[in-house]
Design a protein around this ligand. Structure first.
Ligand code: HEM
Length: 462
């Protein structure tokens, strides 16, 4: 028996070793970047997800800042070389299109902005900007957001609230209310429950059997489609006019941005998905950083009280007020830098390419890992210190290597909308309340920023 176990272990060891070697040999071609490919199929996905920045650090020490690996089901080149990162982001047309995982594309839709490129991308992006560009924000989005935030934080006095939970709700419902207004109260909870399944599925293994996140996400996508179709039919039968994004998307029949039903639904998914975790994490972490840095909090409160002083008590904030919030914007940028939500972006090669003297085969992924530049001491002296004042020099935001919102043709089109939401949330929160943390707060920063036990604060009126 013991002999059998012994030979069993030896056999398992030999098979593992052979598989690892096979995987490496398969990819050992001339001039591919250095690196290891890990296990067949799984590659090095587990290490990558589990150790994140440390995985990168180790690999960089061994292979340099451009190396190959196999993650999320694909042979991938990871680049920590910011020159190369900039090149990849700026040169989509040279065979470097978005390369998001299959599960994400399946639940988010084939005509989703992240799935299309070339002229199709220009068209979808143009349509999106009519909804979330600066003019639309000034005239339509901001007044709605103002109303939403006011109500949202209205009854927190003398309560202990979990800011993480509230920020998640705020980010979703603020976006959803702009998409569907008249039917909002009726369907917002059902819609959120289904959309949360879609969001979870976007980062899952694409195994389509009942019980998996991927399967649940696909089912949720179908339910959401059904719901949207019903709303569309009811609206058209009633003949009433509506003033929300859904109505704008449907009513574009005669404009240059006339979208098919599938494109309209995918556009809605894109707006909800892209502005969800980005806005919720930034709002939560801004509250956390402000709590820990009283000088910054004081300056922020003064900025917002000055706005309130020139207004009647219930008067909403407008575009000019928002544009005067220069310190608030600095706080948001510094928060986004230190609590990185988008660690990097994925691209896929549509042809064999030569990059940094390396050969990258057609169909490989490139993970443009931008997270590290956020902590670069040359760009951000004392990089681990929360210092919003560094952003008061506007040239930092437009620096060629500031990748907080991406770069090139995919530069975040929702940046201003995101800023408006977080600023308005902060405006009402800090002018109305003081708060103190309750209990220990443990923050995880990778692969996503989260507070496992919540960020509980005791809130009271000023
Ligand atoms: C406030 C925090 C936000 C951050 C840090 C952020 C960050 C980013 C980054 C880094 C990209 C580039 C992705 C790539 O190159 O593949 C991006 C793209 C995008 N963002 Fe944001 N974003 C934020 C808010 C929003 C909001 C509120 C929306 C609302 C709709 C939004 C919509 C999008 C869309 C649709 C794209 C894809 C653009 C394209 O492919 O052309 N973002 N964002």
């Amino acid at each position: 028996m013991t002999v059998l176990v012994f030979w069993g272990i030896i056999l398992a060891f030999c098979i593992s070793f052979a598989l690892l070697k096979w995987s490496d040999l398969k990819y050992r071609r001339k001039r591919l970047p250095p690196g290891t490919m890990g296990w067949p199929i799984f590659g090095e996905t587990l290490d990558f997800l589990r150790y994140g920045p440390d995985f990168m650090k180790k690999k960089r020490a061994k292979f340099g800042s451009v190396f190959k690996t196999h993650i999320l089901g694909c042979p991938t080149v990871i680049s920590l070389d910011q020159e190369l990162n900039r090149y990849v982001l700026m040169n989509e047309g040279k065979g470097l299109v978005p390369g998001y995982p299959k599960s994400m594309l399946d639940v988010m839709g084939k005509t989703n902005i992240a799935a299309v490129h070339g002229s199709a991308h220009k068209f979808i992006r143009g349509s999106l900007l009519t909804l979330i560009g600066p003019e639309a924000i000034r005239d339509q989005r901001l007044p709605e957001i103002d109303k939403f935030m006011r109500n949202f934080i209205n009854n927190w006095d003398n309560k202990t609230v979990d800011i993480q939970e509230k920020a998640i709700e705020m980010a979703f419902y603020a976006a959803f209310r702009q998409i569907i207004k008249a039917e909002y109260d009726l369907i917002c909870k059902t819609f959120k429950a289904e959309f949360d399944k879609v969001a979870t599925a976007s980062l899952s293994l694409p195994i389509n059997i009942p019980g998996t996140n991927y399967y649940e996400g696909l089912q949720a996508r179908k339910k959401i489609h059904k719901l949207l179709k019903q709303i569309r039919e009811k609206r058209s039968a009633s003949g009433k006019t509506h003033d929300d994004m859904f109505a704008e998307l449907i009513g574009n029949e005669k404009s240059r941005y006339h979208l098919s039903e599938e494109q309209i639904f995918d556009q809605i998914f894109a707006i909800l998905y892209s502005g969800y975790e980005t806005v919720s994490v930034t709002s939560m972490m801004a509250i956390k950083f402000l709590h820990d840095h009283p000088k910054a909090l004081q300056e922020l409160i003064e900025e917002h009280l000055a706005i309130r002083e020139r207004k009647k008590p219930e008067e909403p904030i407008d575009w000019n007020d928002y544009k005067s919030m220069s310190f608030t914007l600095a706080v948001i940028l510094e928060t986004s830098r230190l609590a990185t939500v988008v660690n990097g972006v994925l691209r896929k090669t549509t042809q064999d390419l030569e990059l940094n003297r390396f050969f990258i085969p057609k169909g490989w992924r490139i993970y443009v890992f931008t997270r590290d530049i956020n902590y670069d001491p040359l760009l951000y002296p004392k990089p681990f210190t929360f210092n919003p004042w560094r952003w008061m020099d506007k040239s930092l935001e437009s620096h060629s290597y500031c990748f907080l919102f991406g770069a090139g043709g995919r530069l975040c089109p929702g940046k201003e909308l995101g800023m408006v939401k977080v600023s308005t949330f902060l405006h009402y929160f800090v002018t109305k309340y003081r708060w103190e943390e309750v209990g220990e707060v443990e923050i995880i920063k990778f692969p996503r920023v989260e507070v496992p036990n919540g960020l509980h604060v005791r809130v009271s009126k000023h």
